[in-house]
Design a protein around this ligand. Structure first.
Ligand SMILES: [Zn+2]
Length: 278
């Protein structure tokens, strides 16, 4: 069931944003209406997310990761922007100066948002850990398909990917053939920030610059459990600038929020857009 946000709070938020510049910080909750599961973290495809050190240090871990990610892409690669993404893109005419997103699905850009900072990377790209060459995920999918022609693709594998309980498919990982970098033969990784890995410094600086250049920060669909997002809320609060949080359920930033709206992104942003168009 979709919970309607308290309209009076959205009106208050609209009054705060009207004639001000603002930045948005979005998390998994912005993409759930597009059918992308709310993973526990930005890049996790397991209940226990794979750590960066595990991925880099073990060929077996990479095999397991790619075997599942190869399957999961069929779902994520098909995802379309939802009403919230579209409303946010439309709000660029109402003071929104840029979007910092913790999501790696590219749906803000697909909805037409400009000036998106992909804090945790972009799942549609692949990076070589050894020579840093970037390549396309579609190309990687094609290569993996060619290398794994004999791999059985039972429907339950995709299911296991999305609601991870995966032990049933463990054996299949061992037969999965990995693709290496076409330039250097090195280790390929989706161009997303793993747990245990830092967000690149220039990207963080870019995000701080956006927050500092605007008057209000609006958090959308993030419980702010990871510091990579929470620090921007703290930064804005420290500057004495308003913070609006729109999220289903509590967040780690609630105590710093000027306005907290307990609601979904799509329905809240749709109302907000209507309000700000007045
Ligand atoms: Zn390479």
């Amino acid at each position: 069931m979709t919970l309607a946000p308290a309209t009076d709070l959205v009106v208050t938020a609209a009054d705060l944003l009207r004639d001000r510049s603002w930045a948005a910080l979005t998390g998994a909750g912005a993409s759930t209406d597009s059918g992308i599961p709310d993973y526990r973290g930005p890049t996790s495809i397991r209940a226990t997310p794979m750590q960066f050190s595990e991925f880099t240090g073990s060929a077996e871990a990479r095999r397991r990761y790619w075997a599942r990610s190869y399957q999961g892409w069929r779902r994520i690669g098909r995802a379309q922007p939802n009403a919230g993404h579209r409303a946010l893109a439309g709000l660029e005419t109402a003071g929104l100066r840029g979007v910092i997103t913790q999501n790696v699905d590219g749906l803000h850009q697909a909805a037409g948002s400009r000036g998106v900072i992909n804090l945790h990377g972009d799942i549609a790209r692949v990076v070589c850990l050894d020579c840093e060459r970037l390549s396309s995920r579609l190309e990687m999918q094609r290569r993996l398909a060619d290398l794994n022609l004999d791999l059985p693709v039972p429907a339950r594998l995709e299911h296991a990917e999305l609601r991870p309980d995966g032990d049933a498919v463990v054996e299949q990982w061992h037969d999965f053939v990995l693709a290496d970098c076409t330039e250097c033969g090195g280790r390929l990784k989706p161009d997303v920030v793993f747990f245990g890995e830092s967000v690149p410094r220039d990207r963080v600086a870019q995000a701080y610059a956006l927050v500092e250049a605007t008057e209000v920060l609006v958090v959308l669909g993030s419980s702010l459990t990871v510091m990579s997002g929470l620090r921007f809320v703290r930064h804005n609060a420290k500057r004495g600038q308003p913070v609006v949080i729109i999220n289903r359920g509590p967040t780690r930033g609630d105590a710093l929020a000027t306005i907290k709206i307990d609601g979904g992104c799509s329905e809240t942003l749709t109302v907000l857009q209507t309000q700000l168009a007045c």
